[in-house]
Design a protein around this ligand. Structure first.
Ligand code: NAI
Length: 332
């Protein structure tokens, strides 16, 4: 058995964490032989609720869990962690402008970046889930200068999973037959879900999805819209935002970072742009990546048509605007 690793989940008393912690505790993400010490951070008014979560973790009787540390103190939460799930954020309330939400959350991620810088292992892998996830990740990494920028990423895996589920339903195949759908850009409704590089396994042979669907116009219309607005559709049905699927995606994302991608497959995650595909540098933009030895590489050389180009530019523009607003908030 390996030595236990310290893993932090923020927003640990919230909805997503409730499903995520179970996956971490039973070995779905770091492997079935990797014990974990769970650091659970939330804000002081939530400590009672968090105590209940701690009781339930104990009651799951999971052998990989070596210790659980509930806390409202970032110094305790981030001490020596090797993986961080930054889920906690201020939710959008009625009447709140996007700008207000951005400024409240950016401040949280500034504080947490500083704390990661001070207390976490320098090799820590940081996944930002709390919205606006891409820009929060950018700010977090800016305030953690001693940790490589490449160690920070934001989650668009839920969007990728949604896209692949939509494609599989259209193709009438199980979802594991579809791979390499791409999410470009921001985890917002400007994201570009792109099926043009996706493939479907037909009797053991990879067939491009557009070919399998005879270039169905659905691929550039309803498919794109459905994935872009899926979050809102879940809220309107459930009266609460996606949590089970968001937690599953967070586990998938970290598992990809920790264990690598399978040959021939790529995953979408928002990472610091190096200018690939003409995307402006220094924004956290979702790209297709492969991962080896816990390091991601942006997949290069995919052909981009005019339709894709215009969609990719729209979402980049939104991220540039968010960056500007966020940096203005931080400099006050
Ligand atoms: P929730 O409201 O159930 O839980 C959030 C938790 O974070 C609460 O317990 C709250 O007390 C805590 N929190 C607030 N400020 C904190 C701070 N400074 N430090 C530590 N904890 C803090 O929300 P839920 O449903 O779990 O969602 C969490 C976040 O994930 C939201 O921002 C949501 O928009 C985002 N999200 C992102 C997705 C993505 O694909 N990137 C998908 C779904 C949700």
């Amino acid at each position: 058995m390996a030595q236990p690793i310290r893993v932090v989940v923020t927003g640990a008393a919230g909805q997503i964490a409730y499903s995520l912690i179970y996956q971490l505790a039973k070995g779905d993400v770091f492997g079935p032989n990797q014990p974990v010490i769970l650091h659970l951070l939330d804000i002081p008014p939530m400590m009672g609720v968090l105590e209940g979560v701690v009781m339930e973790i104990a009651d799951c009787a999971l052998p990989l869990v070596r210790e659980v540390i509930p806390t409202a103190d970032v110094a305790v939460a981030f001490k020596d962690v090797e993986a961080a799930f930054l889920v906690g954020a201020m939710p959008r309330r009625e009447g709140m402008e996007r700008k207000d939400l951005l400024s409240a959350n950016v401040k949280i991620f500034k504080v947490q970046g500083e704390a990661l810088d001070k207390y976490a292992k320098k090799s820590v892998l940081v996944l930002v889930v709390g919205n606006p996830a891409n820009t929060n990740a950018l700010i977090c990494s800016k305030y953690a200068p001693s940790i490589p920028r490449e160690n920070f990423s934001a989650m668009t895996r839920l969007d990728q999973n949604r896209a692949q589920a939509q494609l599989a339903a259209r193709l009438k195949v199980p979802v594991d037959k579809v791979k390499n759908a791409i999410i470009w850009g921001n985890h917002s409704n400007t994201q570009f879900p792109d099926a043009s590089h996706a493939v479907v396994d037909v009797n053991g042979k990879d067939v491009p999805v557009p070919q399998a669907l005879n270039n169905d116009p659905w691929l550039t219309n309803d498919f794109v819209k459905t994935v872009q607005t899926r979050g809102a559709a879940v809220i309107s049905a459930r009266k609460m935002s996606s949590a089970l699927s968001a937690a599953k995606a967070a586990g998938d994302h970290m598992k990809t970072l920790w264990q690598g991608t399978t040959p021939g497959q790529f995953a979408s995650m928002a990472v610091i742009s190096d200018g690939s595909y003409g995307v402006p540098a220094d924004i956290m933009y979702s790209f297709p990546v492969t991962v080896k030895d816990k390091k991601w590489t942006i997949v290069q050389g995919l052909p981009i048509n005019e339709f894709a180009r215009s969609k990719m530019d729209v979402t980049a523009k939104e991220l540039l605007e968010e960056r500007e607003e966020a940096l203005a908030v931080c400099s006050h």
